[in-house]
Design a binder for this molecule. Structure first.
Ligand SMILES: CC(C)(COP(=O)(O)OP(=O)(O)OC[C@H]1O[C@@H](n2cnc3c(N)ncnc32)[C@H](O)[C@@H]1OP(=O)(O)O)[C@@H](O)C(=O)NCCC(=O)NCCS
Length: 167
């Protein structure tokens, strides 16, 4: 697949809305709304010194995925991966891996040391967990039983980035 990774432009809002809604098997209505609110906030504050940062995956001139990350307050170089989602028509074709690698590179370039990604233990997220564990080799750092609701645990993944020592 011919994939291009680029930064966010205002016209991406509707594509991001469509991608989260196309993934309604994992995202709730509230999560879909939050995803759109966050991208609108990022676009409304172009001079924010610590913004939500986006990377957009495009294939054949069409937006097929997006990821959003940002610093974790009160840490030195820890970043949160808030969102990663690929249009289901492109699942399993490496777009997620390529997009996440682009985020990792950007985070490392900003002095990031580690990336935290959270997901759920629900069956609907089996493939997502496989993606983190096998495809991109994130470490399972914590598993909080019954976190979201009884029977729905929170799974916390982490990746430590290679930080180049300053000479
Ligand atoms: C998780 C996600 C971002 C992965 O992106 P992707 O482009 O489908 O994944 P890649 O093609 O780079 O990697 C393929 C691997 O991802 C996993 N995977 C996750 N969802 C998959 C799907 N729907 N179809 C195929 N593989 C999927 C598999 O483990 C696969 O490896 P395998 O072929 O060895 O089984 C994407 O499937 C997605 O948007 N899922 C729904 C939203 C979501 O769960 N986001 C994360 C929220 S915490």
């Amino acid at each position: 697949m011919d994939l291009t990774i680029r930064s966010l432009v205002p016209a991406d809002v509707s594509a991001i809305d469509a991608i989260v809604r196309a993934n309604r098997h994992v995202f709730s209505e509230e999560e879909c709304k939050t995803a759109v609110e966050m991208v609108e906030e990022a676009l409304a504050k172009p001079n924010d010194p610590d913004p939500y940062q986006y990377r957009i995956a495009e294939a054949g001139g069409r937006v097929v995925g997006f990821a959003c990350f940002g610093t974790i307050a009160l840490t030195q170089g820890a970043f949160d991966l808030y969102w990663i989602a690929i249009d289901p028509s492109h699942h399993g074709r490496s777009a997620g891996r390529v997009l996440l690698e682009a985020c990792e590179k950007a985070i490392a370039g900003q002095g990031g040391r580690l990336i935290v990604a959270e997901t759920s233990s629900r069956k609907e997220y089996d493939r997502t967990r496989r993606f983190y564990e096998r495809t991109v080799s994130y470490e399972t750092a914590a598993w909080i039983r019954d976190f979201y609701k009884p029977g729905d645990d929170k799974v916390i993944y982490v990746k430590y980035l290679q930080v180049k020592e300053p000479r």
